[in-house]
Design a protein around this ligand. Structure first.
Ligand code: KG4
Ligand code: ZN
Length: 334
C-alpha cells in the first residue's frame, strides 16, 4: 500500500484540501473566497483572514469524505510558494501543527510545479518529456518537464501574466472580477475577427502582455469617443477578438518551443487553461502538427489541492521531506 497524504493549498484565494492514497486522488475540497469580487481583485489581507476561517472545515471535509481516519495519514503536504505571504502562512502553519500533532513528516510543494502535475490527476497522463504551458493569474510559463520533479522554465512573461491581461481587460470593460471566465463566456457568441490588436514579440520563448492591456485601453477610449455605448453594443465581438488574440500569442510561442525542442507531447495547466478558446485552438493546432495534447479537467485548472497531492506523492516516494522550521516563500522558482 502506497502513502496516504493530506495536501493543503492556500497560496491565493482558494482554500483547498485533498487526500491521496498511493497516487490516487480521493477528493478535492475547495472553499472559494467570494469576498474579493467586490474589490475587483484579490485583497491579500482578506485572503489570509478567509483562509483562517475556512481551513479547519475544508481539511475536516477532505478527511471525512475520503473515509480515512487522520491517524492513517503518512504525511501532510502544503503549498510553500509562490503566492501571497499571508495566505501561504495559514496553510503552512496548519500543516505544521497537524504534522507535529500526528508525528508524521511534512512535505513542501511548489505551486507552479503542482499546476504542471495537475495533468497526472486523471487519465490520459503525459509521457516524459513534455512541454507544459502554465497560464494563470500570476504566471505565464513554458515548462520543459523531464520527470515529475525535474522541470525547467524555458519561456515566461516579462511583465503581466496572461490571466492578468484577461482580468484587467475585463475590468476596463466594467466586468466583475475575475473577468477571465466572463470574457470566455461572451467570446463564445462573438466574432473573433471583428477587431485586431497588436502583438508584442519577445526574444526566445518569452511573452509580454502589458502592451496589449494599454492598447486595449486606448482602443476602447477611441471607440467610446465615437460611440459612448460601444462596449455594450459590441461586448461579444470585443471579448471574442481579445481572447483570440491572447490565445494566439500563447500558441505561437508554444509552437516555436515544440519545433525547437522537438517535443510533441504538449500539456496546459493553470487557471487560464480553463479557457474554451485555448482548449479548442490547442486541439486544432495539435491535430495539424501531430501533437499529443493533455488538458486537465476544469476543476484541476484553477487552484486546487489535488495537484499539490500529486506533487506530494512523488516527493514522498523520494523521501523528500522538510523540517518544521520551513517558512513560506512569496517567490519560489520551479
Ligand atoms: O491558477 P489560478 O486559479 O490562480 C493563480 O494561481 O493565479 O488562475 C486564475 C486566473 C485568473 O486570472 C482568471 O481570470 C483566469 O485564471 N481564468 C480564466 C478562465 N478561468 C479562469 N481566464 C480565461 N478564461 C477562463 N475560462
Ligand atoms: Zn495557481
Amino acid at each position: 500500500m502506497g502513502p496516504i497524504i493530506l495536501a493543503i493549498e492556500s497560496s491565493c484565494d482558494e482554500t483547498s484540501a485533498s487526500v491521496i492514497t498511493n497516487g490516487k486522488v480521493l477528493n478535492n475540497i475547495i472553499a472559494t473566497q467570494a469576498i474579493h469580487r467586490k474589490y475587483g481583485g484579490v485583497v491579500p489581507e482578506l485572503a489570509s483572514r478567509a483562509h483562517q476561517q475556512n481551513i479547519v472545515a475544508t481539511v475536516h471535509e477532505a478527511i471525512e469524505s475520503s473515509g480515512i481516519s487522520k491517524t492513517d495519514l503518512n504525511a501532510v503536504a502544503f503549498t510553500r510558494g509562490p503566492g501571497l505571504m499571508g495566505a501561504l502562512l495559514v496553510g503552512v502553519s496548519f500543516a505544521k501543527g497537524l504534522a507535529l500533532g500526528l508525528k508524521i513528516p511534512l512535505i513542501e510543494v511548489n505551486h507552479m510545479q503542482a499546476h504542471v502535475l495537475s495533468n497526472f490527476i486523471e487519465d490520459p497522463k503525459p509521457d516524459f518529456p513534455f512541454l507544459c504551458l502554465t497560464v494563470s493569474g500570476g504566471h505565464t510559463q513554458i515548462v520543459l518537464v523531464r520527470d515529475y520533479l525535474d522541470m525547467e522554465v524555458i519561456g515566461q512573461t516579462q511583465d503581466d501574466a496572461v490571466g492578468e491581461a484577461f482580468d484587467k481587460a475585463a475590468k476596463i470593460m466594467g466586468l466583475p472580477y475575475p473577468g477571465g471566465p466572463l470574457i470566455d463566456k461572451y467570446a463564445q457568441e462573438g466574432n473573433p475577427q471583428a477587431f485586431k490588436f497588436p502583438e508584442t514579440v519577445m526574444p526566445g520563448f518569452d511573452f509580454s502582455f502589458s502592451g496589449i492591456k494599454t492598447a486595449f485601453l486606448y482602443f476602447l477610449r477611441d471607440e467610446k469617443a465615437k460611440n459612448p455605448t460601444f462596449v455594450e453594443d459590441n461586448l461579444r465581438d470585443i471579448c471574442a477578438s481579445l481572447q483570440h488574440h491572447l490565445v494566439n500569442m500563447l500558441l505561437h510561442r508554444l509552437a516555436e518551443a515544440s519545433a525547437k525542442t522537438g517535443i510533441k507531447n504538449i500539456a496546459i495547466a493553470g487557471g487560464v487553461s480553463a479557457n474554451s478558446g485555448l482548449r479548442k485552438n490547442l486541439k486544432m493546432m495539435g491535430e495539424k502538427r501531430g501533437w499529443k495534447i493533455f488538458i486537465p479537467a476544469f476543476e484541476y485548472c484553477t487552484d486546487n489541492a489535488a495537484m499539490i497531492a500529486i506533487a506530494a506523492h512523488h516527493k514522498f516516494l523520494k523521501g523528500d521531506f522538510c523540517s518544521l522550521d520551513v517558512v513560506p516563500l512569496a517567490r519560489m522558482p520551479i
